[in-house]
Design a protein. Sequence first.
Length: 101
Amino acid sequence: MARSTEMGEERRTAFVDAFRKWTLRTFLDDKRTLAFITHGGMGGVFESAYAGVPVITIPLFADQLRNARMMEYRGMGVVIDKDDVTTSRLTTAINEILKPR
């Protein structure tokens, strides 16, 4: 994980400028969005639930695990432990989340 405070101003600005036009709502409302990979913060969880976009959640701390489990319980998501992120686990989660219901 990179801290923005450890980046130079030019690099930090490059990230902000590059992604400014893609707000979460724009991304989640796009019909091409099939799933959303998130850390499970309440904002992203609410936005994805509102848009009806399933989530693959990789909680890091605080309320994120509870939020992730709530989405999983409702059939809206898959939870991956942050220490279990592998190509195989991600592929399995993506296939699971995209399975027709």
